[in-house]
Design a protein around this ligand. Structure first.
Ligand code: DP6
Length: 339
């Protein structure tokens, strides 16, 4: 049995659009920060020869997609024997907190450890993105760039986590599943939003600013570009038909609270992914004050705190928060014949 743990990531320049055609190619380059506080664990163990793969999520998640991914990954990595797979996370799944990113990065890492060969890092990033696009960014720690192209170097580390110990606070405003999954939202935005092309063009400008701000550890520059990139992604999504509105009333209240903090002289900046949660970047010295302010916004359920996180890791033991799930027998169902 092997466990792998990977961290979620927050996009500073968003991936919101797939290029037409096969291969899960992004339409533009994105940049993310891997978050140590939000993690998924993948437990993988061999099953008897001749049995079927068994996959499950705890709490429950999309089993059919997971099963397809395991079949694909086994074929690509040359894993002959059937597998028992359980994915678990230490934060609300499918609520716009990129649980699929950490889940598929953890699973890819665990499967690579069981593979007979030594798959390359580029090959593993390409595999992870078949599970979820943003998962390829969680294959690395710190500040990570993902550009279109399946070639070597499509996913690269711009800076390691220790380069800039920013604080990231996540205001959870709603723990339910997101209304429209990212995949569908991206397709709809590309197909129907008149703002889609403008969004891609603007993202290219943000990319240059974000890369330079990360290099220079310039929070006002990073924050301004991150905030406007998120708002423009949502503007493109709002222009889709039917419209994609991922925010709740509390989401907007938290965004306004962040602006109020800035008026008070606290450099804090928000970003929002395809869900109602708000992620806020600030200096570690301001994190307590920002956390209190966010927690005080009516409707905020809780505030999660993170620092830049590292690459996935493997081991024989479950992470401490997954200990109750350590015994064999995931809740998932039997799926298809062993590949
Ligand atoms: C808004 O990676 O979840 O969080 O490739 O369809 O699995 P799929 O999408 P996913 O989309 C992430 C969208 C986003 C922005 C981002 O993380 O860059």
């Amino acid at each position: 049995m092997i466990w792998a743990v990977a961290h979620s990531n927050v996009a500073l320049v968003k991936y919101w659009g797939r290029a037409p055609g096969p291969g899960h190619q992004p339409a533009g380059t994105s940049v993310s920060l891997t978050l140590d506080g939000l993690a998924s664990g993948a437990r993988v163990e061999e099953r008897p020869a001749g049995s079927a793969d068994r996959v499950g999520w705890d709490p429950p998640g999309p089993v059919a997609e997971l099963s397809r991914f395991v079949t694909l990954a086994r074929a690509r990595l040359g894993i002959g024997h059937p597998l028992d797979v359980l994915i678990t996370s230490n934060f609300p799944v499918a609520a716009g907190l990129a649980s699929s990113a950490s889940a598929y990065a953890a699973l890819t890492t665990a499967l690579a450890a069981l593979a007979p060969g030594r798959p390359s890092a580029d090959g593993l990033a390409a595999l992870a993105r078949q599970g979820s696009g943003s998962a390829c960014r969680s294959m690395l720690g710190g500040f990570v760039q993902w550009r279109p192209g399946a070639d070597a170097g499509a996913v690269t580390q711009l800076a390691p986590p220790e380069h800039w110990p920013l604080a990231v606070l996540v205001a959870v405003t709603d723990a339910g599943p997101k209304r429209v999954p990212s995949r569908e939202g991206m397709l709809r935005t590309r197909a129907t939003s008149p703002f889609y092309e403008a969004w891609l063009t603007a993202g290219g400008v943000d990319l240059t600013v974000v890369r330079e701000a990360v290099r220079a550890r310039d929070l006002p520059a990073l924050g301004a570009a991150t905030e406007r990139n998120a708002l423009r992604m949502h503007a493109a999504a709002l222009g889709a038909e039917p419209p994609l509105l991922y925010w709740e009333a509390t989401t907007v209240s938290v965004m306004r609270e962040v602006w109020r903090l800035r008026e008070d002289g606290v450099p804090a900046f928000f970003t929002v992914d395809a869900g109602p949660q708000v992620k806020v970047l600030c200096e570690p010295a301001d994190a307590d004050r920002v956390e209190r302010a966010l927690a005080g916004v009516p409707g905020v359920l809780r505030v999660l705190r993170s620092r830049p996180g590292g690459a996935p890791r493997t081991g024989p033991e479950p992470p401490s928060w997954a200990a109750p799930h350590a015994s064999p027998g995931p809740p998932g169902d039997e799926k298809g014949p062993a590949a």
